[in-house]
Design a protein around this ligand. Structure first.
Ligand code: ZN
Length: 437
């Protein structure tokens, strides 16, 4: 008798939930977790006798799948660099069950037609949940608010002009007033553009030595400070994208101590790499915000560990080879991140596995407004969106292992730790043994 493919049993793993870690088998069917108990493997019929399909998880962690708050899928408009289908493949292999698609596409995600297109392309790819973010301003021009109401009705919960910060305090104040009424979150890319014109890398000793135009930390800090005061005034929730400086961590810590409804993310690369990488003059290390100093990296790690920073978000930013293969001043900023995020988190964050699951799944699911179906504890009745990963083993990324359309990873020379074994999305097994099904 053939095994029943709609029923899956994950055997022998350690289930990581908010309440703690337990050794248990996990039975899934109909897109729902049915049972989480020890020794189900021994009590249910074997696969060869028509029992559930088995996925081995011995020595591995089993948790809700990861949720990325910050994925540049490049579609529509930049399909030479990435498509929603290729980004979905990279995401699934990275252990993700959902990604927030950043709206700096062409056309921008500033209206219902474009966000619906992005969501549908995600459904067609069928590997992860693609949740489009909406723009704060039309065409991300920073001057005219996008139609929030209609996009909220279409399911958008996070609004951002990411790629650039909203410079005008009047526009940001109005956006936050609407956000408060509508119960949505505004996500800010903190960068005072006037201070970063022509910048290539972090402004500091290294940029002076290399003679490259510097990107000062204060460009991030000033906008962060301003927006926290706007949150204090309006009471709206705000999420701060890809924080990169030690001072930013202190500011968010204080805002949280003041009880303000703010959240923050850090990227894998800001937890693991410094501005010294630019001594190679490789455009792979050009990113916005830039790689900063070891002191910043250590402050970001501490902020992640103590919960000041809520989430690890990739800022996965594919760029076709001919774009990155330009002079540092011309090459666009950005790095791949989906396939390496877990390896970086385990290798460089210094956080416990449970804290990593919290920062890569539970917290971002809530910030993205996806917590009805993602980032749940693995208990009977929860949606079957989960990942099985190992926390051991060292590997390095190779160009051949990349499934994104672009190859601009900064991790070809870095040791990464752990690996994704299996991923289940809405009850469908999409990754087995580290390979797409
Ligand atoms: Zn950004």
């Amino acid at each position: 008798m053939a095994s029943d493919n709609t029923t899956v049993l994950i055997t022998g793993g350690t289930v990581v939930n908010r309440s703690g870690e337990t050794r248990a088998d996990v039975l899934l069917s109909g897109g729902i977790i049915q049972r989480v108990e020890p020794n189900l493997d021994a009590t249910l019929p074997a696969e060869s006798s028509g029992g559930p399909r088995r996925l081995a998880a011995e020595g591995c962690v089993v948790s809700s799948s990861f949720v990325d708050l910050h994925t540049h899928m490049r579609e529509p408009g930049r399909e030479e660099s990435e498509t929603i289908a290729t980004a979905s493949r990279a995401a699934a292999l990275g252990g993700y069950g959902a990604c927030v698609a950043m709206p700096n596409t062409d056309p921008a995600q500033d209206n219902v037609a474009v966000v619906e297109f992005v969501r549908l392309q995600g459904e067609r790819a069928g590997l992860i949940t693609v949740s489009p973010a909406g723009c704060i301003t039309i065409g991300r021009n920073g001057t005219q608010l996008a139609p929030f109401h209609s996009m909220v009705a279409a399911g958008v919960r996070l609004f951002t002009d990411d790629g650039s910060g909203v410079q005008d305090p009047l526009i940001m104040r109005r956006a936050l007033e609407y956000a408060r009424q509508l119960g949505i979150t505004i996500a800010q890319h903190c960068e005072v553009a006037r201070l970063t014109d022509g910048a290539v890398m972090h402004e500091g000793c290294c940029s002076s030595r290399l003679g490259l135009p510097g990107w000062p930390a204060i460009a991030e800090v000033l906008m962060l400070q301003r927006d926290i005061e706007l949150v204090r005034e309006t009471g709206a929730s705000m999420h701060f994208l890809h924080l990169s400086t030690a001072r930013s961590v202190e500011i968010v810590r204080q805002a949280k101590n003041d009880g303000l409804p703010v959240t923050a993310e850090v990227t894998p690369h800001h937890l693991s790499l410094t501005d010294e990488k630019l001594t190679s003059f490789s455009t792979l290390f050009k990113v916005n915000p830039p790689l900063r100093t070891m002191q910043d990296v250590e402050a970001l790690r501490a902020g992640l560990a103590d919960g000041t920073i809520d989430a690890i978000a990739t800022d996965h930013a594919p760029h076709a080879a001919h774009l990155k293969d330009q002079d540092l001043s011309l090459a666009p900023p950005g790095m791949l991140g989906l396939q390496t995020a877990l390896g970086v988190a385990l290798g460089y964050s210094g956080c416990t596995t449970k804290r990593i699951v919290e920062a890569m799944s539970w917290a971002p699911a809530k910030i993205a407004g996806l917590d009805a179906t993602h980032g749940s504890d693995l208990v009977a009745g929860a949606a079957a969106n989960l990942v099985v990963f190992s926390t051991e083993g060292v590997w390095r990324q190779t160009p051949e292992s990349i499934v994104s359309k672009s190859r601009n990873s900064p991790y070809f020379d870095s040791d990464l730790v752990g690996s994704v074994h299996h991923v289940v999305h809405r009850g469908d097994v999409v990754v087995v043994g580290g390979a797409l099904q």
